[in-house]
Design a protein around this ligand. Structure first.
Ligand code: TXA
Ligand code: MG
Length: 331
């Protein structure tokens, strides 16, 4: 066991919070059964208490400790777990009594996943208890996909960041709720992510929840409207020509492939241009780089960032979801 792993485990056992790498984004971890430790997560993130946390399990046994899988969806849940765990799929299931209410914000359901990150898995196994971990950013801000980004978000607020390098996927997990349907099971996507609608269609009828809930106690908290937001305003347009720059302002472009044919690069004299997938031009590269590039642009002292859309299919749906939410003003 590495020193970082044993230090993290000791801290978690002592009711401390630590930032850990996962394959999606960095998480701010606490022992899920320790309500006081979980309270520290909310405090460090300045997260409102109505927004519940995801619980990370290390095994099927641990899943049964935190959730009660309803009989009518048991088969589908099993199939989803076999197909996608460990990995970026989170299941919303009825919670067990062992999970403190603070974890689920008083909801009867708990969101559960098993992370595929090697360091995270080692820590979970060694701890022997489920880990509650939201993304390791301040509330509403850009999720960190590198140890250095966690530092910028939470330095001075938490005692330990385990740096596991860049995250493999770069986008938060896909969150689903499974319902028994008449003919086929129904899989509701509550948050788009690395596991795509198409992949889930092998297991049931898939519905993407479009609701943008912004009331005090959202039913689907993962759907908070403004999220993943840089401090610098982020602008999106239906067509490049809709962008009308204001005199004297500095604009940065978040381009998809850096390709002039998309119509944005030659539109304006940008103070800065960053591309999501300059190498492959493919969506996985864009997903991995999205939050990093948003951070780079956010730190450049621009008046606004214009984001070129990516194709709204497959992984692109999850990327567009993040861009749209980042472009909404926070209320
Ligand atoms: O990839 C991920 O999921 C990362 C890594 C660290 O695992 N975690 C993450 O956590 O993105 P967080 O807290 O930033 O986002 C979790 C989302 C929140 O929007 C929350 O509202 C929603 O999951 N959520 C948690 N519990 C829920 C529940 N019981 N019902 C519906 N939504 C829930
Ligand atoms: Mg988050």
């Amino acid at each position: 066991m590495s020193e970082a792993v044993s230090e993290a485990v000791t801290m978690l056992k002592n009711g401390e919070v630590v930032a850990l790498p996962t394959e999606t984004v960095y998480g701010l971890a606490a022992d899920a059964f320790n309500a006081e430790a979980v309270a520290k997560v909310f405090e460090a993130k300045e997260r409102p208490s109505f927004d519940p946390l995801i619980v990370h399990v290390s095994s099927a046994d641990e899943l049964n400790e935190v959730a009660k899988v309803p009989e009518d969806v048991e088969k589908t849940v099993q199939k989803l777990i076999s197909a996608f765990w460990p990995g970026p799929l989170t299941l919303v299931l009825p919670k067990s009594d062992k999970v403190p209410d603070i974890v689920t914000s008083g909801l009867p359901d708990v969101a559960v996943r098993q992370s595929g990150n090697k360091i995270f898995r080692e820590i979970g196994k060694e701890l022997g208890r489920p880990i509650a971990a939201p993304s390791a950013n301040r509330f509403g801000r850009i999720s960190p996909t590198a140890g250095s980004a966690v530092m910028k978000e939470l330095e001075g607020r938490i005692p330990l960041i385990v740096d596991g390098g860049a995250c493999r996927d770069g986008l938060e997990s896909t969150i689903v709720r499974v319902e028994a349907g008449e003919k086929r099971p129904i899989i509701h996507i509550l948050r788009l992510g690395p596991v795509t609608k198409k992949e889930l269609q092998n297991f049931g009828r898939v519905i993407i929840e479009k609701k943008r809930v912004i009331d005090e106690h959202p039913k689907v908290p993962g759907q908070l409207a403004s999220h993943y937001a840089p401090v610098t305003p982020l602008l999106m347009f239906d067509k490049p020509e809709d962008f009308v720059p204001e005199e004297g302002k500095k604009y940065g472009l978040l381009s998809h492939k850096g390709d002039p044919k998309a119509g944005y690069i030659d539109l304006h004299e940008w103070a800065m241009v960053e591309s999501l997938s300059p190498g492959s031009g493919k969506l996985p590269e864009a997903a991995v780089r999205l939050f990093h590039v948003l951070r780079v642009l956010d730190e450049a002292g621009l008046d606004a960032i214009v984001a070129e859309p990516v194709s709204d299919t497959g992984l692109g749906q999850a990327i567009m979801d993040r861009l749209r939410r980042a472009s909404l003003p926070s209320s």
